[in-house]
Design a protein around this ligand. Structure first.
Ligand code: ATP
Ligand code: MG
Length: 607
């Protein structure tokens, strides 16, 4: 029976959090409803300045293009894009490229690829503020350098900024600390005209790097050290990837970021907790620029959430680079890397990453660690309903059916067998393969002397060849070292799966197999965690000292013929083994088969 509480219950089931609450509050209060879209740099020529902005909210994902995106970024991407989508808004992909030295095109390209891969491709083609304009919804912070410069001059003229000629060391020393207020710079009381003249000299290249900086003039005694006259512009004689040699002064991140948000009419600027102490400066700066008429109120607001930390994973860009440059992994897209490029190659899906991000929640609890097993669980849940099945033998051992000729009349006879592509999707049809006199089975499916609870092959025992016949094990063929180099068995007639007599012989074990006649060789890469410790760099430990020496095992496997046509990035469940993906870099359909293990069928993290 339905009750009046049903809707309330459904509402409550939707994970709410403080950012969502802030958005709902702003939508109800109409905080940004009257905002006019200002016609900003980077908006494209088709944009009409002064038009009301039909996007209800605007968020942004603002990576600095100085490295590859990692799993932590996936969370930020998911949060920003999905909130915008959910509330009828827009999310911007903004390259925060205000630092001239570190950024490279390679990173811009890979970031763009990954955001699209995660499923936000459509988002770039369809901005309500620019109907019909099929342009990427993509922005570069360096496009705003002119505005940032004007904003700096405005602050100077209004008495809110000054050029400080102290050395970096002197500035640091006079900033004070938690218990001690800072002391004023001797340059703090210059007139706006003097400051403006100096700042223009900085701009015109008349001073070397580090000779002076522009500082905001706020409060040297503030309990928040970030408000003790932070530097906002510095001299850097460097070539920028976008603006070339046009500038030799560059804005500091804390100054640039709020302006980027404001120019793009961002409403909710979402970042990680370490920026919480920067929020007062963010607000101070935008208020000053609104006051001065350079921006229109209301300005964007910043909201902070706890960053995602995943067990057995490191996300520091510097450390990831070290892994690549020192050759501990095969590259940025090595399937063991927590980069999105690595996770993609490993076979992880956008769906699984989204589910994982969603479940990890949006909180203000710093230092929370999410178990890697949660990511694997999300993978299994999303892959199991869709991944086609296949049989693969990862550690092959030959099995010979001794009575084959007797049963089928010829040693070369091949008996057709079939199996569903997916057990719950009959519409996907059947896979076809052959049973022959010689088969490949898993080495671990045979024991001379069975341990307790072992129901597979040992002399005298009967098992079912999955989708085939029941066989009885006759014993092992041994090599000189006494190791099983093969198994011999006899087939029991009239027990073929799917035929009326199939159940006439009861067995406790079922094994997977591939016929020697139609099996295909494949390279299979079995991945394990990259670090043996849950927090590889905890307490200042050298993370390289806890690299897992067994993070990659490569085996020569034999797989069923239905995999001949597997395309790069096709994902399968290898029966009994787990989920596998055709490697996107090295697998060549019908020629060189290479599969990566995405994850096992069960959680192995507890072991
Ligand atoms: P850096 O150490 O160079 O600052 P970063 O990881 O913060 O690296 P950015 O390119 O500045 O990289 O990040 C882009 C966005 O992704 C930022 O909004 C940042 O807050 C967010 N982000 C980065 N790491 C995580 C994480 N682990 N969890 C959630 N969000 C993250
Ligand atoms: Mg950052």
């Amino acid at each position: 029976m339905s009750s009046p509480n049903d809707t309330a219950a459904a509402e409550a089931a939707k994970p709410s959090h403080f950012i969502r609450q802030a958005i709902e509050h702003d939508l109800q209060a109409g905080t940004y409803a009257l905002r006019r879209w200002g016609g900003q740099p980077g908006d494209g020529p088709s944009h009409q300045a002064g038009m009301a902005d039909p996007a209800r909210i605007r968020t942004r994902f603002p990576p600095e293009p100085n490295g590859y995106l990692h799993i932590g970024h996936a969370k930020s991407i998911w949060l920003n894009f999905s909130l915008a989508a959910e509330y009828g808004g827009v999310c911007h992909l903004r390259f925060d490229d205000t630092n001239p030295e570190k950024e490279e095109q390679e990173y811009v390209d890979s970031i763009r690829d990954m955001v699209r891969w995660l499923g936000w491709d459509h988002h770039f083609a369809d901005d309500p503020a620019r109907p019909g304009v099929r342009q990427p919804h993509e922005y570069f912070a360096s496009d705003y350098f002119d505005f940032m410069y004007r904003a700096a001059e405005h602050l100077i003229e209004a008495g809110h900024a000054y050029v400080d000629e102290q050395s970096a060391e002197q500035i640091r020393a006079s900033r004070g600390d938690f218990g001690t207020p800072g002391t004023d710079s001797p340059f703090r009381h210059r007139t706006p005209a003097e400051n403006l003249a100096r700042f223009r000299e900085m701009r015109d290249g008349q001073h070397p790097d580090g000779a002076m900086v522009l500082r905001a003039k706020i409060d040297m005694a503030s309990p928040n050290i970030n408000l003790r006259d932070p530097a906002i512009y510095r001299i850097r004689h460097a070539t920028h990837h976008n603006t070339g040699d046009r500038w030799c002064i560059y804005p500091m991140y804390t100054f640039a970021h709020p302006i980027e948000d404001a120019l793009e009419q961002i409403t909710h600027s979402i970042c990680t907790l370490e920026f919480e102490d920067q929020r007062p400066f963010y607000d101070w700066l935008l208020e000053r620029l609104c006051e001065g008429g350079l921006l229109t109120a209301p300005p964007p607001r910043q909201y902070e959430f706890a960053r995602l930390n995943v067990g057995h994973v490191i996300t520091s860009k510097r450390k990831l680079r070290q892994l690549v440059e020192e050759g501990h992994v095969a590259g940025w897209d090595d399937p063991r890397m927590p980069t999105l490029a690595g996770l993609r190659r490993r076979g992880y899906t956008p769906d699984a990453l989204r589910l994982f991000a969603e479940r990890s929640g949006v909180t203000k609890t710093s230092n929370a660690w999410t178990d890697y097993a949660a990511l694997d669980a999300a993978l299994r849940e999303t892959l199991d309903p869709v991944a086609p099945r296949a049989m693969a033998v990862l550690e092959p051992l030959k099995l010979v059916i001794e009575n084959w000729t007797e049963v089928f009349g010829s040693p070369d006879h091949l008996e057709p067998c079939h199996a569903p592509v997916h057990p719950h999707h009959p519409e996907l049809g059947q896979r076809q393969f052959m049973l022959g006199r010689e088969l490949w089975i898993e080495r671990s499916d045979y024991e001379d002397t069975p341990p307790k609870g072992f129901f597979r092959l040992f002399p005298g025992n009967k098992v079912r060849l999955k989708y085939g016949y029941v066989i009885e094990c006759l014993g092992a063929i041994k090599d000189e070292a006494g190791r099983a180099s093969g198994v011999s068995a006899r087939l029991i007639k009239d027990t073929k799966s799917g035929t009326p007599g199939a159940d006439s012989v009861k067995v406790k074990g079922v094994i997977t197999w591939v016929a020697a006649a139609d099996g295909l060789p494949a390279e299979v890469r079995l991945y394990d965690r990259l670090f043996t410790e849950e927090q590889p760099d905890a307490g200042g430990r050298d993370f390289l000292s806890v690299l897992n020496p067994r993070s990659l095992t490569t085996v020569q496997a034999i797989v069923e013929p239905s995999l001949a046509g597997a395309q790069p990035e096709d994902r399968y469940q290898f029966e009994r083994h787990g989920f596998f993906v055709a490697d996107r870099a090295e697998h060549v359909a019908g020629d060189r088969l290479v599969f990566n293990r995405v994850t096992g069928l069960k959680d192995s993290w507890g072991k």
